[in-house]
Design a protein around this ligand. Sequence first.
Ligand SMILES: Cc1cc2nc3c(=O)[nH]c(=O)nc-3n(C[C@H](O)[C@H](O)[C@H](O)COP(=O)(O)O)c2cc1C
Length: 341
Amino acid sequence: MSKKILVVVASTRPGRLGPAVAEWFVRATAGTASALGVEVEVADLAEVGLPFLDEPEHPSTGIYLHEHTRAWSRLVDSADALVFVTSEYNFSMPATLKNAFDYLSAEWAWKPCLFIGYGNTSAGTRGVQMARSVAATMRMLTIGGDIFLRIADTFSDGKVIETERLAGRAQEALTELDHVADVLRPLYRAEREIVPAVLADAAELLVLQRCCWVEEALANDRLDLPALLESEHEVRNALRDWTTWVVRLNGRLVGSARAKRDGESWLIGRLMVAPDQRHDGLGRRLLAYAESQAPAGVTAASLFTGERSEQNIAFYQKAGYSLSSSGDETPPGAVSLRKPL
Ligand SMILES: Cc1cc2nc3c(=O)[nH]c(=O)nc-3n(C[C@H](O)[C@H](O)[C@H](O)COP(=O)(O)O)c2cc1C
């Protein structure tokens, strides 16, 4: 999957220098980007055209009323890293950049970013300093190699004077952004992706499984279900014994599944999706993902569910499972299902 680095041009006034700086950066890094397999896209805030923040809800809710916000959200969300090309206005960043930051929340989080500042005496450093603290508040990670351009020394006829030294700094910065994005990806893509669970997920997993297994208890008319009775300590221990995956939405844990090897079988269990996130294919995706993680030498996936959990049984049969004879791991009141892999 190729990564995208989004170059945001902050200033919007007629006759601005911002686009020329972005053009220089794209040109200077073209070879490096293609060697790394990275796509570099420019988002010019003059074209993005955001009005002053006009959303009624706090951006952390992800509830966006206006199409301009949704489009901005999609664009920032698609980025793996950001480059902010920003001038200095009155010792600060342009209001357009602060406004563009304020529109979103989760879309920025955990992504690496670089600043390219430009200005007169300060070469844009004071503006970038302000913008860096906003970026940190949005949980972005600023990398070290910010670039500062003093207008009197680095521009001629409205264009950046291209030198090898400057191009080299841009190329190093792009490479660093790419590497840091690789490391941070499990964090910033955790919103939608199936990622390995960590021990710190135990409390949320416990809440989700208790919530999901209430239906199991009702359907099967029994309360002695381990998923309902386990303590947080037991869930933590299970995270050590099983390979467990989770899915988060706006930071909230909304789905999970786990698996472990038992001879030639790949035991899949604790497939759960928060009630309000069902009927959107997440359960199917988690199941297919768990199956895809089976190690070599495994010949079948096996799992169990309550013998009266008709919806679950139908779900698994649709996914290619057939009822099978119960194995040692099958608890009382449950049926086993199996699917050749
Ligand atoms: C409203 C305004 C405020 C400015 N304040 C500063 C400043 O505080 N420090 C500085 O070095 N340059 C300042 N400048 C000069 C800008 O650095 C210079 O005009 C630059 O080209 C602005 O970026 P832009 O062309 O992309 O709009 C300011 C310019 C404007 C228009």
